[in-house]
Write a protein that binds this ligand. Structure first.
Ligand code: SF4
Ligand code: SF4
Length: 341
């Protein structure tokens, strides 16, 4: 791995040249929040963001995605990937993308996701401001961020740029990069280590301890009690970078021969998520109560997927906590309570 350095003004020119030659996406301001959006000039790029409203998964797996046009018995894919550079992804979202890659690659490869994912160059960046509900410093600390192409760390006077893959190396042509010296590399390491200690929220136990205890807490009263105020809105699922459930629907045109198959994000907290038809208009819901749905979400994050992912399916971004109207979605509060039971 090569490590480069570019000074502040060189970095501005670098971003300007990327804008001219590539589709560049990164954190941009939206009112008083941030989203991943198109970068049209250097000033759009807000590497000082704390967290974005939606995670970067929306670029590979859009909230609503047409996947197939059909004509009678014939079908044609709607997926038309466009190469893009995704710049400024925090390390917790890099971990989440890596988890989603694995889940969409296993068994039947999901072309609709992978086509967009594979034409994207991902450049991470260090966290300059910590969101007040984040807890990335105490969750899944054993899981390394991987799968990205390069990583930028802001230090005094400029940026240290770690080149991980050929896709990142190819970008060097757009900027005046020098080899980073030992002092600059050490400064970057320090910045990235220190941020882990800056979260105000914290899980009190290791992932292995949480995995075991949460799995054995199926009958705890905490689930129903916490979920008493749940609106079943599914917002905590929708904003989560590691949630990947979707619904598929066929929309038929008036000729009743042609139409479009689309998929859209779905979430296990919604009441109809676990409804199944029994035929003749009869329905069964196998997670009927708010508590059972709430428990399912936390079990998925803290224990069910651990073996497959090598750690919890939560990266501590804090998005779910900040969108929950009832302020009950925060995994830290409920997991710390379960651990004390
Ligand atoms: S926990 Fe909060 S965000 Fe999630 S479904 Fe319930 S009310 Fe909505
Ligand atoms: S469960 Fe909440 S904190 Fe964990 S990754 Fe999902 S949105 Fe982020």
């Amino acid at each position: 791995m090569e490590t480069k350095f570019i000074n502040e003004s060189g970095f501005q020119d670098f971003v300007g040249k990327l804008v001219e030659s590539r589709n560049l996406v990164g954190p941009v301001a939206k009112r008083n929040k941030f989203v991943f959006g198109e970068i049209n000039k250097y000033e759009d790029l807000r590497l000082d963001y704390d967290v974005t409203l939606l995670p970067p998964k929306k670029l590979f797996f859009p909230p609503k995605q047409d996947i197939l046009k059909f004509y009678g018995q014939k079908g044609e894919s709607c997926i038309d990937p466009d190469p893009q550079i995704l710049l400024g992804v925090h390390f917790y979202d890099i971990k989440a993308i890596d988890m989603t890659d694995l889940l969409f690659r296993e068994n039947n490869e999901d072309y609709n996701y992978l086509a967009n994912r594979e034409c994207t160059t991902i450049i991470g960046s260090n966290i300059q401001n910590v969101h007040d509900r984040a807890f990335f410093g105490s969750v899944g600390t054993e899981v390394e961020p991987k799968g990205h192409d390069g990583f930028l760390t802001k230090i005094e006077g400029g940026y240290v740029f770690e080149i991980i893959t050929a896709k990142a190396k190819e970008l060097l042509q757009f900027g005046d990069f020098q080899d980073a010296n030992e002092n600059q590399i050490k400064q970057a390491e320090k910045v990235n280590a220190e941020v882990l200690t800056k979260c105000s929220e914290k899980l009190n136990n290791t992932s292995a301890e949480i995995n075991k205890k949460v799995r054995n807490s199926f009958d705890s009263k905490i689930w129903e009690k916490t979920a008493e105020d749940c609106f079943s809105c599914g917002s905590c699922n929708i904003v989560c970078p590691t949630c990947y459930c979707f619904d598929v629907q066929d929309d038929w045109y008036l000729d009743q021969e042609t139409g479009v198959r689309a998929r859209s994000w779905d979430g296990c907290l919604k009441e109809d998520f676990s409804e199944v038809s029994l035929g003749q208009g009869s329905i069964e819901n196998f997670r009927e109560t708010r508590g059972s749905r709430y428990r399912h979400r936390i079990m998925r994050k803290a224990t069910y997927l651990n073996e497959k992912l090598g750690g919890p399916a939560c990266v501590g971004c804090g998005r779910c906590s900040s969108v929950c109207t009832s302020d009950i979605a925060d995994p830290v509060n409920v997991i710390n309570q379960i651990m004390e039971e």
